[in-house]
Ligand binder design. Structure first.
Ligand code: BES
Ligand code: ZN
Ligand code: ZN
Length: 497
């Protein structure tokens, strides 16, 4: 889809569908809406007075113009209360426009934003949000159906705006990058496990590296053996698929000592191993590489933006299966850090591959680490599927990150990692055990990871609830969500030092 600005008079542009926002209780029309009303001989005001047009948030009214405007059809979107106008309203507005246009099978649309540009949101931000929302809403996974069904995607969106040209360009650019990075992660998650093996993820990572001239390393099984990566090796030993430790290095701030390390769980299918999962919904475990997908979406986006930052990405990738060679409950393994782990439950595999990923990224020089992982069912119990769980060993770091999630509108909530919980992951025969029992499952998982982080500033993002959506909203399709791509890009942009 192409998005571009136009600056014609609203009453002179030809289009199949013209979208425009309308606040609740806006009795006196002004700006573009007043111009449209005039061209429509006062019909808009008259419909408002008859309560036929609603300003309630996300309510839509479609009006055919029958030649009174060159636009064939008007879509008026309720924006709610002016006092509650914020970035999220703009994204939702974009979502409504895209959904309505797709329902009407309209491929080219114009949206007028000029009448909502003076309500407290910076012009560049407003355009960013609208563009981001448009690309997020227009996403669909291509899939594998043989009937080539038309997914009705919009082909072009023109924006009628009233502000400085360079702000428009910047807003369109950043909104596009944030959304397309998210959509890339969605595609990776939606691709089934037989077509998205550790080898496939590694190939995608290499494509990104080549596109932006990043350095990369793909550690193979024998490299892992040489480096003593007993965590990822143990998890993958029951699978036919070979594990990969995927590394991308983006160094574009030569004068800075700051190196952000992103570690993404890349479990391409989690059957649970010998501690096998129940059969219902097991197919969704193709999404257990959601953390890795998010990290790749971020790397592609920062490459595209050419950000002035140093970022290393590590994606430990493996498949958790059952076979005569599989890891067994009770086994003791040795991780790259030297720490030994008693495996109580083979389904708590994410923390085992992350342990090696974290030790490796520290060795590569990361000065602070954010890991992203579909780690625990317990986080779904605690926060449901709309809020990511966050845990950290450094208050300043997580505060800084929360500023970014606030900007991007991604829901997140912090859980404590008090050291008393560590009792639960003590083993009688090894340094740690890989499960801490039924209480506080997300916290004990985080504390397991923290044992490998040691003193490096760290944030852990448990996206088990948020990486996959079982329902469709205006901005999200069923399936992979690409959660946290936008907030991580924002964090990297805001912390260039
Ligand atoms: N991949 C799962 C976590 C998960 C659950 C992701 C639901 C997405 C949706 C993880 O590997 C897992 O199985 N965790 C176990 C840990 C337990 C055995 C300590 C869990 O949460 O049940
Ligand atoms: Zn598992
Ligand atoms: Zn898992």
């Amino acid at each position: 889809m192409k998005i571009e600005p136009i600056d014609y008079a609203i009453t002179s542009v030809e289009t199949d569908l013209m979208a425009i926002g309308y606040f609740k209780d806006e009795s006196k029309l002004h700006g573009s809406l007043a111009e449209i009303d005039e061209a429509m001989n006062g019909d808009i005001e008259s419909l408002i007075s008859q309560n036929k047009i609603s300003g309630n948030f996300k309510k839509t009214t479609i009006i055919y113009t029958f030649g009174r405007l060159p636009a064939k059809c008007l879509l008026i979107i309720g924006l709610g209360d002016k006092n509650e106008f914020n970035e999220n309203v703009i994204k939702e507005m974009a979502g409504v426009v895209v959904k309505t246009a797709n329902k009407q099978k309209v491929k080219n649309i114009i949206t007028c934003l000029s009448n909502i540009m003076d309500y407290g949101i910076e012009d560049e931000d407003l355009i960013h949000c609208f563009v981001e929302g448009t690309f997020l809403a227009n996403y669909s996974f291509k899939g594998y159906s043989t009937n080539n069904e038309d997914k009705n995607q919009i082909e072009s969106m023109q924006l009628l705006v009233d502000c400085e040209k360079d702000k428009v360009i910047k807003g369109i650019e950043s909104g596009t990058v944030y959304a397309l990075g998210t959509n890339m992660a969605r595609d990776l998650v939606n691709t089934p496990g037989n077509l998205m093996t550790p080898t496939d993820i590694a190939k995608r990572a290499v494509e990104i590296a080549n596109k932006y001239k990043m350095e990369y390393e793909i550690l193979e099984k024998d490299d892992m053996e040489r480096l003593g990566m007993g965590g990822i090796l143990a998890v993958s030993q029951g699978s036919e698929q070979l594990p990969k430790m995927i590394v991308l290095k983006y160094f574009n701030a030569k004068d800075s000592n700051n190196v952000i390390g992103l570690v993404g769980k890349g479990l391409t299918f989690d059957a649970g191993g010998i501690s096998i999962k129940p059969r219902s919904n097991m197919h969704i475990m193709k999404s257990d590489m959601g953390g890795g997908a998010t990290v790749l979406g971020v790397m592609d986006s920062i490459g595209k933006m050419g950000l002035d930052a140093n970022v290393i990405a590590v994606i430990p990738s493996a498949e958790n299966m059952l076979s005569g060679a599989a890891l067994k409950p009770g086994d003791v393994i040795k991780t790259m850090s030297g720490k030994t782990v008693e495996v109580i439950n083979t389904d708590a595999e994410g923390r085992l591959i992350l342990a090696d990923g974290i030790t490796y990224i520290k060795k590569l020089g990361a000065t602070r680490i954010i890991d992203v992982a579909t780690l625990t069912g317990a986080i779904v119990t605690a926060l449901g599927d709309i809020t990511t769980g966050a845990m950290s060993n450094k208050d300043d770091f997580i505060k800084e990150f929360f500023k970014c999630t606030k900007k991007t509108g991604e829901n997140i909530w912090q859980l404590p990692i008090f050291s008393e919980y560590k009792e639960q992951i003590k083993s009688d025969i090894a340094d740690l055990k890989n499960t801490g029992g039924s209480k506080a499952g997300s916290i004990t998982a985080a504390l397991f990871i923290e044992a490998f982080i040691e003193d490096t500033p760290w944030i852990h993002l448990d996206i088990a609830g948020t990486a996959w959506s079982g329902k469709e909203t205006n901005l999200i399709k069923k399936g992979g969500t690409g959660v946290m791509v936008r907030s991580l890009i924002q964090y990297i942009r805001d912390n260039i030092k």
